[in-house]
Ligand binder design. Structure first.
Ligand SMILES: *[C@@H]1O[C@H](CO)[C@@H](O)[C@H](O)[C@H]1NC(C)=O
Ligand SMILES: *[C@@H]1O[C@H](CO)[C@@H](O)[C@H](O)[C@H]1NC(C)=O
Ligand SMILES: *[C@@H]1O[C@H](CO)[C@@H](O)[C@H](O)[C@H]1NC(C)=O
Length: 232
């Protein structure tokens, strides 16, 4: 086959795959607090281009982690907003609108761009994850969002280490670390769990996927990270 024929074929292949894989999602980014310290720091250190890149790459990463290859596998979302707002806290996502705190940006010590991306990966997960029609425990919802952040390599220094925490559904980093342990037992565990939660939620999904109750899994997870001090 000539080089041109191969190029043409790969071009046609790209065209065939494009509408599925890169189904158009538009990102609308608005800094509503450009006069605040955090709003100014956002413009100087992050800015529109970096923010848009973070949104887009988080999106593609999440579809891959969730094994949502086709439009039919995903939530029907074509527009995601990002607002840089004068507010407390870190960020939240509601109705495909991500709100990011300028107070947080202003006070952040460390690699701001890395932290910004990590938070975006977490919030963007809320756009695409299923919630069992609202019946999934919030600890699991937040744990899955942090699991995505963990898999993307944006692990902040304040996170607990693996094996820490009191309950499997404590949320955030604790649940993310536990889900990563489950992922080790079954490759694609979180993707499968998320798929099951499309219309409903049951704690039995853990049994369906790895043959053990979530309480059993949590005990085994904790035991795996217990270090025994041997006195001699
Ligand atoms: C983007 O957001 C701004 C601010 O909310 C709004 O004025 C504008 O209409 C939005 N554009 C789209 C395409 O939704
Ligand atoms: C997706 O949402 C749009 C409106 O945002 C709606 O017009 C369309 O019918 C929806 N498609 C499906 C398959 O639900
Ligand atoms: C989802 O929940 C809402 C109310 O919370 C309910 O009205 C609706 O019937 C539920 N849908 C399904 C498919 O269970």
């Amino acid at each position: 086959m000539s080089k041109h024929a191969i190029l043409l074929m790969s071009f046609m292949l790209t065209l065939a795959v494009l509408p599925q894989t890169f189904a158009t999602v538009t990102y609308n980014i608005t800094n509503t607090a450009a006069q605040t310290l955090g709003g100014i720091r956002y413009e100087n250190q992050i800015g529109y281009k970096y923010a848009k890149h973070a949104l887009k790459s988080s999106n593609l990463f999440i579809w891959r982690i969730f094994q949502q290859r086709n439009k039919a596998d995903r939530a029907n979302v074509t527009l995601v907003h990002l607002f840089i707002d004068d507010m407390d806290g870190v960020a939240y996502c509601e109705d495909n609108k991500i709100h990011f705190s300028t107070n947080y940006i202003a006070g952040y010590q460390g690699d701001l761009n890395k932290e910004f991306s990590g938070v975006i990966y977490h919030e963007m997960t809320h756009v695409w994850q299923w919630s069992g029609n609202g019946s999934t425990p919030s600890g699991l919802i937040e744990g899955i969002a942090d699991f995505v952040r963990l898999k993307a390599g944006y692990i902040p220094s304040h996170w607990v280490q693996p094996g820490k925490g009191d309950k499997w559904d404590q949320g955030y980093d604790v649940t993310a670390r536990f889900l990563d342990y489950c992922e080790g037992l079954r490759n694609g565990f979180v993707a499968e769990l998320n798929k099951k939660m499309r219309y409903a939620y049951s704690v039995d999904y853990f049994v369906d996927l790895v043959g053990k109750t979530v309480d059993q899994l949590w005990s085994e997870y904790k035991a795996a990270y217990t270090s025994y001090v041997v006195k001699t």
